[in-house]
Design a protein around this ligand. Structure first.
Ligand SMILES: Nc1ncnc2c1ncn2[C@@H]1O[C@H](COP(=O)(O)OP(=O)(O)O)[C@@H](O)[C@H]1O
Ligand SMILES: Nc1ccn([C@H]2C[C@H](O)[C@@H](COP(=O)(O)OP(=O)(O)O)O2)c(=O)n1
Length: 242
């Protein structure tokens, strides 16, 4: 469902300190991470980038020469790895077994390899378990973004939405984000190609029942943040969309 929005107002439930999980899914380059961070900042909520966890496991496997095609070894890595990450929208960091990998996990070679971890069902089970534990630790006052948050990690979240944008907009944004270093073919592979692989295990393109859709193709960043804050407001004031 698509919604149009009045000026956003901070929901009363946030002022009252009640649980508020905001679940955000969507394809690569749709703005999940940057928009979710801004929403968490605006609403005073914690923030979890679940994609960073898949990237952290991928970094560890590549760094430790663990064959990404060896499903059992990748699952074992996901189970044993110590992953630390900031749970606030500011000052991003990710550490794997104490090593700072904040920058390294964003490199194109990780983006190219990460689907091997994302499509490993054992690794997914373990990362979903960890994500649910983090939500509990944050007293369920958190914005969580990824691919399966609205459906698997937090299907009972107070606000659930898919953030999407056209392929063109997503490739353009990712290109700018990477400092215009990538060709159009490389961007196509990293954005559209990777989504196609990941979509074999999770459906993040279609909104499940009760999940809003925000299409940011024709919205600028600030308008997109406003739109998401309004979905949160509509969700908590009026319950999930029919
Ligand atoms: N509505 C928007 N308009 C323009 N640029 C945007 C918008 N939303 C996000 N961006 C930019 O697009 C880039 C990709 O966003 P990101 O949050 O990394 O996406 P994702 O986490 O979905 O892969 C970032 O540089 C971000 O600032
Ligand atoms: N909850 C999640 C989060 C990410 N993933 C997968 C999908 C992606 O290929 C990788 C990396 O996710 P990330 O959100 O960092 O990727 P983008 O920045 O959107 O391109 O992990 C997933 O399968 N489930």
């Amino acid at each position: 469902m698509f919604v149009t929005f009045p000026e956003p107002v901070i929901p009363e439930r946030i002022r009252l300190g009640k649980p508020l999980v905001v679940a955000v899914d969507g394809p690569s380059g749709s703005g999940k991470s940057s928009v979710s961070k801004a929403v968490a900042r605006r609403l005073g909520l914690a923030f979890l980038d679940t994609g960073a966890m898949y990237r952290a496991v991928t970094w560890h496997c590549l760094n430790g020469r663990i064959n990404l095609e060896n499903a059992a070894a990748v699952e074992a890595a996901a189970r044993t790895l110590d992953i630390e990450q900031n749970l606030t929208p500011d000052g991003e960091f990710v550490r794997v077994n104490g090593i700072n990998v904040t920058e390294a996990i964003r490199r194109p070679e990780i983006s190219q390899a990460v689907s091997a971890v994302a499509t490993n069902l054992g690794a997914r089970r373990e990362l979903v378990r960890r994500q649910q534990e983090i939500i509990d630790k944050c007293h369920s006052r958190i914005v969580v973004e990824g691919r399966d948050i609205t459906t698997v990690v937090a299907p009972l979240a107070e606000a659930r939405l898919i953030l999407t944008a056209s392929e063109d907009a997503r490739m353009r944004r990712r290109g700018l984000q990477l400092g215009s270093t990538q060709t159009r073919a490389q961007l196509h592979e990293q954005v559209v190609g990777r989504d196609a692989k990941d979509a074999t295990v999770v459906d993040f393109q279609r909104a499940a029942d009760g999940v809003y859709t925000v299409d940011s193709s024709d919205l600028d960043f600030a308008e997109t943040v406003d739109a998401v804050v309004n979905v949160v407001r509509l969700s908590v004031n009026e319950g999930p969309a029919a």
